[in-house]
Design a protein around this ligand. Structure first.
Ligand code: PDD
Length: 289
């Protein structure tokens, strides 16, 4: 691990030597935003979409993007070249280092940190059996569209799920599903896929958007519509999606089986489409080397 190079404020250095000030506003206030970008065949996945979301998060919190897309891509390429296989890029920008004061500091450069790590292969049990989730009240703020580094509510929710022998918490706000503690949510009922529409109450997941796109391409019935808690409880299938977990089936909810308690047929079909899409990207990337 120690020879794994990371990028910090213009320098490439071993992760053990990367240091930020205790006055960094990321450390003091959680004042920053982040992205997680998977890379297959050393090629970042859906980079344009991740850049768009990064720019939306940055402008929402009023931090200027410190680099052009070409500069970001050069940083990613250099870090990705250290490993082969599937990796995830973690990118983190804070409002920089300044004396502790809630108001924005003047003329302070942001802190920029990027690291890459291998994506662990999916636990085969998750694919063959699915896993458990519980519903919890969505205790987060009103700007969940922003990919904020301040994740304390998400962490508390995830831990509550783990403490209840579940892998993910499905969050409910005013009787409707928003998302998971670190994932987006899908249900299937009578063959129709459903996921909540983009709103301030959930992160516009890049994986989520791709699943909706794949469903359209493959003529699978898919709606972007609100999901009530009752619809969730009555669903034939429940899936989560995220960049590092892809699409996984939730087969137990609040200690009861979802549908027949096994990964569903619609999930299997979508999972296959997703794998084909990824493999095509890997092959394109290899063709260019
Ligand atoms: N989290 N919703 C939340 C709250 C998330 O944290 C994530 C991803 C998603 C899925 O978005 P995407 O498909 O773009 O990964 C939805 C990342 C992986 C994380 O925090 O590690």
């Amino acid at each position: 691990m120690s020879d794994n190079q990371v990028f910090l404020n213009g320098e490439y250095l071993p992760i053990d030597e990367a240091r930020v000030s205790v006055l960094d506003r990321g450390f003091i206030f959680g004042d920053g935003v982040y992205e997680v970008i998977p890379a297959y065949g050393n090629r970042p996945f859906r980079l344009e979409e991740h850049f768009r979301r990064l720019n939306n998060s940055l402008s929402a919190v009023r931090i200027d993007n410190p680099y052009s897309e070409t500069q970001w891509a050069a940083i990613f390429d250099r870090l990705l070249a250290q490993h082969h296989g599937d990796q995830s890029i973690y990118l983190h920008i804070t409002r920089g280092v300044a004396p502790r004061d809630h108001g924005f500091p003047a003329d302070t450069p942001p802190t920029v940190f990027v690291m890459c790590s291998p994506i662990a292969p999916t636990n085969p049990d998750y694919l063959s059996k699915g896993f458990a989730a519980i519903t919890l009240d969505d205790i987060r703020w009103q700007y969940c569209r922003i990919k904020s580094i301040a994740l304390l509510p998400n962490i508390l929710l995830r831990q509550e799920a783990l403490d209840n022998n579940a892998t993910e918490a499905i969050l409910i706000r005013s009787g409707y599903v928003t998302e998971g503690s670190a994932s987006n949510m899908f249900i299937v009922k009578d063959g129709v896929i459903k996921t909540p529409p983009h709103s301030d109450q959930l992160l516009p997941g890049i994986t989520r958007d791709l699943i909706v796109e794949l469903a359209q391409q493959q003529d699978m019935a898919c709606e972007e519509a609100t999901i009530s808690e009752q619809e969730l409880l009555d669903a034939d299938e429940i899936w989560l999606s995220s960049s590092t977990k892809e699409i996984l089936p939730i087969t137990r909810l609040n200690d009861k089986p979802v549908g027949n308690g096994k990964p569903g047929a619609v999930w299997k079909t979508m999972y296959q489409h997703y794998q084909v899409y990824k493999q095509q990207l890997r092959e394109q990337a290899e063709g260019q080397h």
